[in-house]
Structures are given as structure tokens and as C-alpha cells.
Ligand binder design. Sequence first.
Ligand SMILES: [Zn+2]
Length: 341
Amino acid sequence: MWTSTLARFARPALQRSTAAVTCQVLKACCRSGPAAGRLPPSLTSVQLRGQQSLVSASHPASRQLVRHARALDQERLVEVEWEDGGHSSYPFTWLRDNCQCPLCTLQSAQARVLLMCDLDIHAGVDTVEVTKDNKVSIVWPDQHTSVFDPEWLKKRCFSSAARQSLQEELFLNERYYWDSTLCIPTADFQQVLQDDNAALAWLLAMRRFGVVCLKGAPAEQGQVARLCERIGFLRLTFYGHTWQVQDKYMANNLAYTSKKLSVHTDYPALNFPPGVQFIQCLCPAVEGGESQLVDGFHVTQQLQREDPEAFQILTSLLVNFQDVGRDYCDFHLLSKHCIIE
Ligand SMILES: [Zn+2]
């Protein structure tokens, strides 16, 4: 018998799907970007920390200079020629829609104020010019003026390369899909709590691999909450903020028994299953008690290749999930999901 403390923690930026984070093949997600290469078998925690540089977490904007800007009326595009020789083209309607002036954008929230019903999708352009401080200024037929920073424009360039780069910056798409050869990345619990670089390396590894083993935590309750609060907040579920997984009389969950569990995802009955799950082993079993992890992405990829028909069914057929019981509160949960989504 063993006991451990669990906590669910959700943070969309980290999500790699519950399936990949936890333990099963039943529910996996295959829409999260390109397949990454296989993890080098020799990867160690030290190398991991070195490898997870801060590069992908922060891209300091380099100064972009506009050489020339002009309207292509026929194509309804504004073409920007950059000082480095490259060109970017932006649709008239998109530029008007994304005007950054205080009338169109609430600066403090960086949120759109312009209503769709006030957007003239057929609007042409009166004049386009590069201002003295190297911004692109557009005057629209109703004499409304939009001024765009070159960095802002460059970042939103419509070229495939620029879009790919922005996706990578925003979503850190680099992944490793792994099998039983994985050497699970490790990090030091205390370091993660105390050192921002270690915390970032841990988060990046979690994002890329879906699982990280932290070592060095005190074997006492409350540690998973400390870890969660280091980076976000605990998500309350019907089991409470955290809870003890141990053999219980009249168990309301198979996990509260000493029976062996097969691979599974937790909480399919929730409409939004937690993105990250933290488990601490407080009392290792004298015998047995091993945990099994499966990369749902890897399995899904393999299934799609080897049995496309099964993949098609599992990605399109909605399944009912239900969970009824009493714990932190009474609960009766119902949801519909595809097995792979
Ligand atoms: Zn405006």
C-alpha cells in the first residue's frame, strides 16, 4: 500500500493534453503542432537544464526599419519594404480591423474597441506613408488615421516563415514524442522553488515532454501545493484542492484501493480536464506500486499511421462520460468527448 498527495493544476499555456501528462492512451490530442524528434537516450537532468535555454521564452524585439510603404489598390494590400530588403503585405481590411489607435483599441487592455458592425470591409486607402519616426501611417477614406509600429507589423507578417516563428514563440511547439526508451527528465524540487531559471527549465521540459520528475521534496503533505503556487493556482475539483490517494474503506474511486490501475486519463467527465497533474509519493510501497506513463501523442501518431480507420472513429465519435459520487462535495458530472481530440 502506498499513499501520495495529488493536486490538479491547470494553466493553458502549459497544456500538452491530460493524456500526455498523465498515464494513458485512451484520450490523446494530436492537433498540437509538429512531431518532435526522439529524446536522446543520454539526456540527463543537467543537460536538460542546459538545453532548456531561455531563448524560446523570450524574444527581445529587434529594431525593425521601414524603407518604404505603398498601397496596392488592385490587390487591396499595403506593401511594406523593410530596410533589410524583405517585403511584407497586409490586407487593407485587416489593417483597418487592427487599427491600434485609442478609438479602435483600448490601450490598457490591448483589446479591440472597434465594433464589427462599424468595420467597412470594402474600405480603400487614401494615403500610405512612412512617418519621420519610421512608423507606417494610413489614412482611410473617412480620414481616420491608423499608425502602426514597424515591430508590431513585422511580427504579424503574413509569410509562412513569420507565422511559423510567431506560433513557436507563442506556443512553444517543440515537442518530444516518446516511448519506453524515454529517460524521464528530472529537476530539483528545491531549486525549482527558489530559482526562476530552474523553474522555467522545469516548465519548458513539462511543455516539451509532458512529464518531469522532481526530486528532493520533503516527504510530507503540502508540497504539491507549494509547487503549484510557485507558478499559478490550484484548481479546485470535487476531490478538493489536494487530496490523499490511499487505500480507503468504501472507496469512491479505484485509485483509493490497492488494486492495480491500467493506463488512463483522469477526469474525462469534466468538460475541461486539468492540464497538469502533480503527484507526490509520500510513502513508497514495500513491494510493487510502480507508476506507468504513456505518451498519448506518440500513441495517437502511431495509430493514425497504422490504423487510419480506427483513428478516424476515435477522433469523431462522441462518447458519454459520467462520474457520480460524494467527496469534497456531492458530484454528478456528465460530459461528451471524442476519445482522441
Ligand atoms: Zn483607429
